[in-house]
Design a protein around this ligand. Structure first.
Ligand code: LLP
Length: 418
């Protein structure tokens, strides 16, 4: 049994170890992130299991959590990677993921990034526009190489999600619109061999809680693949994207493996089972398996409000401020109980607010912010002169690695030099 849970005494644990004990062992100041690598490995195995015997690559979206310990754990389970920058590509390669399991996405890849991707012979550069295809062809010619490309298709559908994380609709900057697919293939076919079309991809957004929108966009990918059926050389893969939702506390109906099984069924029903299947999950691989531990600095009680001020803020975990996301904030050493307190961070912004949480009648000394494994540390900033936090990695409930905070002194020095 891995991941977050409470022991018989009600203490918050990651794997079997109380987080208060891990914090003491680490010798770290709060706030600090803790991740359970076994739970992450288990998550990967469950998703991979959903593909059964179908040839596939689970291309982990490194943007969700780019820590070497995390990516290495996934690489050891056989995953590939979806990267969106040269730096993420270097992390993926550095953790041992083979180039033929890596795809690069992104609407504004620089020439340097394209050159690196071409020279690395990735599975594919996933092009997001016709204009980008022309640029990739130019870079490939100047390197004297052929570039393996996929078209990221924008199916033009709305999903039920936060506007900031919905990407497959007509107004989004992402992907190639239906009307432009013909021109995109013309750019490839007319490139005199500079470009090789190897795949089709899509990604309609994040936090999907149902399989239906995933299948709607996947069907569009299948339609385009069938229309391209007789071309030689044939396509190698179809990528239906990531976006599998996790349970932030309000329940979850579908598991990531349900998306995989549905994708396999669709591929067979569409008579495209000779192609390899890709997916690009980020959040679902890591989100539930990391927590942020913070100390309570003080409380404040006024006429009709009661606040708890903690030492973690929106610079450490921006999802509540940016998307109105709710992460459960709970006492570290006992189960949550009424009354609720408004939990806020130290940053000088009204949006530095984690919402109302049942912290109990005695304000706890420390809290745990749950489901902070994805898009949490990777979106952190140093706003207000607050250093990036430390990260702690566990295996079998034991600390195996600590990535220390650069510390506030380093921030001061850099700012003075600026
Ligand atoms: N593929 C592409 C092309 C993407 O843009 C993304 C996420 C993924 C895969 C992985 O999606 P996932 O499985 O993690 O949902 N910061 C936001 C989420 C932004 C997602 C950006 N793209 C959040 O904290 O909710």
């Amino acid at each position: 049994m891995y991941g977050f849970r409470r022991n018989a005494q009600g203490q918050a644990c990651l794997s079997a170890t109380p987080l208060s004990q891990l914090l003491a062992q680490s010798g770290l100041e709060t706030p600090a992130y803790f991740y359970d690598l076994d739970a992450i490995a288990e998550e990967a195995r469950a998703l991979i299991g959903g593909y059964g015997s179908v040839r596939h690559v689970v291309a982990y979206a490194v943007k969700a959590n780019s820590a070497g310990s995390v990516v290495r754990t996934l690489a050891a389970e056989g995953t590939g990677a979806d990267v969106v920058s040269a730096a993420e590509l270097e992390v993926a390669v550095g953790t041992g993921i083979p180039a033929e399991k890596i795809v690069m996405s992104g609407v504004a890849k620089t020439d340097r990034e394209l050159d690196l991707a071409i020279a690395s012979r990735l599975l594919a550069i996933q092009a997001e526009s016709v204009e980008e295809l022309f640029r990739i062809a130019t870079r490939a010619r100047s390197l004297g190489r052929q570039a393996r490309v996929a078209l990221r298709l924008n199916p033009g559908i709305e999903i039920e999600s936060h506007a900031h994380i919905s990407t497959g609709h007509d107004k989004a900057k992402f992907g190639i619109a239906r009307a432009d697919v013909g021109r995109a293939f013309e750019a490839i076919d007319g490139s005199d061999g500079a470009l090789l079309a190897v795949g089709l991809s899509t990604h309609v957004g994040s936090m999907l809680t149902e399989v239906a929108p995933y299948l709607t966009s996947a069907k569009h990918v299948c339609d385009v693949a069938r229309a391209r059926r007789d071309r030689s050389p044939p396509l190698e893969y179809l990528n239906f994207g990531g976006g599998f939702g996790i349970d932030y506390g309000s329940g979850r109906g579908v598991r990531p493996a349900d998306f995989a099984r549905a994708a396999v069924e669709l591929l067979r029903a569409q008579d495209l089972a000779d192609l390899m299947l890709l997916c690009e999950p980020g959040r679902s691989m890591v989100g539930a398996h990391g927590v942020l531990v913070a100390r309570v600095v003080q409380s404040k009680v006024s006429a009709d409000q009661q606040w708890v001020m903690i030492d973690a803020g929106m610079n450490d975990l921006i999802r509540p401020a940016l998307y109105g996301a709710k992460h459960r904030v709970e006492p570290l050493e006992c189960e949550p109980s009424a009354p609720a307190w408004r939990v806020v961070g130290p940053v000088c912004e009204s949006s530095d607010d984690f919402g109302e949480h049942p912290l109990g009648s005695r304000v706890p000394e420390a809290v745990v912010i749950r489901d902070a494994g994805a898009y949490s540390f990777t979106m952190a900033s140093e706003y207000n002169g607050r250093a990036l936090t430390a990260e702690v990695f566990l295996k079998q409930g034991v600390i195996t690695n600590i990535s220390p905070s650069p510390g506030a002194a380093a921030w001061v020095e850099r700012r003075l030099r600026a």
